[in-house]
Structure formats: structure tokens, C-alpha cells
Design a protein around this ligand. Structure first.
Ligand code: FPP
Length: 251
């Protein structure tokens, strides 16, 4: 039987505040591969190793939710072969990575419009979700075919329909009600909004990732490419988060 061994990096940390929900834009896989004169898909493969390392470390540190931007609604414009490859990743993910996550009490969930995903991709994710659904540890939340504006459009349509159906009036629409119509409503109530959003590879954009939920998030940008980020990168991001003072509009 194939067993997967991950090289552990030693990262001793004394961190006071652990962000409960971390969102990650895993960018730079393509450039990582190019630097090594390898095809882009090798970067995505290495990106999965990095994701596994970061997930286990985050779970050890007591993070509750890790939402990872694995495929955006805009990523369909990539070359067909690359899209096909990215869509095959969850299948490999289930065989090679989920057993270790399951042992670590990690629960797999997803957000996004999964109706457009190929059947094999969705099946693999559903198997991961089913296997881990009773786990009580970190939630690894895949944003797949996710787009923040599309999520808001869909919420507005449902809210409008509920008003037409006289379930409530426009006067009842609050921030809290809107949040209940977003994809992140499937997360535990206290951890729906990310405390910290990380983007790797030097890009300084949110790219349609959790625009509503990130209203009060801290942002951490690093030039490190996603496959190189790993445990050390996560700890550096949390150390920086510890140096920030979140005021939520207060003093
Ligand atoms: C961005 O790098 C990365 C992606 C679009 C895909 C990320 C996916 C993974 C790391 C694996 C996810 C795992 C599962 C199970 C779905 P890029 O290609 O935009 O890099 P570049 O900016 O250097 O070209």
C-alpha cells in the first residue's frame, strides 16, 4: 500500500493570538514550476503538498477554519488541459492526503458553485466530506468555482424571492440576515468571517475572494510562492497577525 510521508519542518512558536478563521489565496504555483523549468501542473502538485503541510500545522495551532481558494469562477479561462488537471486534483487529494487529515480530526467542506464541476471532481470531494463529517477539528473549506460577487448575486436573488413570498419585509434585511444567505453560512457561526487573509506570490489583490466576509480581516501578503509557503510561512503570517491590533472601527 502507498503511504504518504510528509517532511516536517520544525517551527517552534510562541503565539498569543491564533486567528480562528484563515483564508488563503494560494498563488504562484505556475511561477514556481517555471523557475524549475517544469510544466505548470507540477506547480499545482507541489501546491497540494504545501496545502497539506499548512493544514496540519494550522490544526496543531488551534485554527478553526482554513478556507482555501482552489479555483475561482474566472479560472475557467485557463488552458483546457490545465483546468482539467486542476479538476483532477481532488481525486488525488482524496487518495493521498485525506487519510492523514482524517487522522488529524480535520473536517472537509466546500463553498462555491459546485454544479459546474466535473462529476469525478465532485464525487472525490463528496467522499472526503462524507468521511470526515463527524470530525470536530479544523475545517478545511475548499473554495471551488467560487466567486465573491456571484455569491452575493445569488444571495440577493434568494432574499428578493423570500420577500416576494412574504417570508419577511425589506425592513428585516440586516447584515446578519445577508450573511445567512452566503456560502459561508455553512461554517460555525462564530467563525464565518476570516480574521486573516493570506496571499502568496507578491500579488496585492483580493481577486473576488470572500469580499463580504473580509470587511474586517487582516491582510498578509508575501512574495513567497505558494509551494514554498508551508509551515514556516503560516507561522510568519500568524506572527505578523499578532503584531496587528484589530479595532473593528473602535479605538
Ligand atoms: C494559483 O497559482 C493556484 C491555483 C489556481 C490552483 C491552486 C490549487 C491547489 C494548490 C491545489 C488545490 C487542491 C485541491 C484538492 C483542489 P497560479 O497557477 O495562478 O500560479 P501563477 O500565478 O504563478 O501562474
Amino acid at each position: 500500500m502507498f503511504t504518504f510521508r510528509r517532511k516536517k519542518e520544525s517551527t517552534q512558536v510562541a503565539l498569543e493570538k491564533i486567528p480562528k478563521h484563515i483564508g488563503v489565496i494560494m498563488d504562484g504555483n505556475g511561477r514556481w514550476a517555471k523557475k524549475r523549468m517544469q510544466p505548470r501542473i507540477m506547480g499545482h502538485k507541489a501546491g497540494m503538498d504545501a496545502l497539506q503541510a499548512v493544514t496540519i500545522k494550522a490544526s496543531e495551532l488551534g485554527v478553526k477554519v482554513l478556507t482555501v481558494y482552489a479555483f475561482s469562477t474566472e479560472n475557467w479561462t485557463r488552458p483546457v488541459d490545465e483546468v482539467k488537471f486542476i479538476m483532477s486534483l481532488p481525486v488525488e487529494f482524496f487518495d493521498k492526503y485525506v487519510p492523514e487529515l482524517h487522522k488529524n480530526n480535520v473536517k472537509v467542506q466546500m463553498i462555491g458553485d459546485t454544479s459546474r464541476l466535473p462529476k469525478d471532481t465532485l464525487d472525490a470531494l463528496n467522499r472526503a466530506r462524507e468521511l470526515t463529517k463527524r470530525n470536530s477539528g479544523l475545517i478545511l473549506n475548499f473554495a471551488l468555482n467560487y466567486g465573491g460577487r456571484a455569491e452575493i448575486v445569488s444571495a440577493v436573488k434568494q432574499i428578493a424571492q423570500d420577500v416576494l413570498d412574504a417570508r419577511f419585509n425589506t425592513g428585516d434585511i440586516t447584515e446578519e440576515l445577508i450573511a445567512n444567505y452566503l456560502n459561508t453560512a455553512t461554517l460555525p457561526y462564530l467563525y464565518r468571517d476570516p480574521d486573516l487573509i493570506i496571499r502568496t506570490s507578491g500579488e496585492l489583490r483580493l481577486s473576488n475572494f470572500l469580499p463580504w466576509q473580509s470587511a474586517y480581516s487582516e491582510f498578509y501578503f508575501t512574495d513567497v510562492l505558494w509551494p514554498d509557503f508551508k509551515e514556516k510561512g503560516l507561522v510568519a503570517a500568524i506572527e505578523e497577525y499578532n503584531r496587528r491590533h484589530r479595532r473593528f472601527g473602535g479605538v
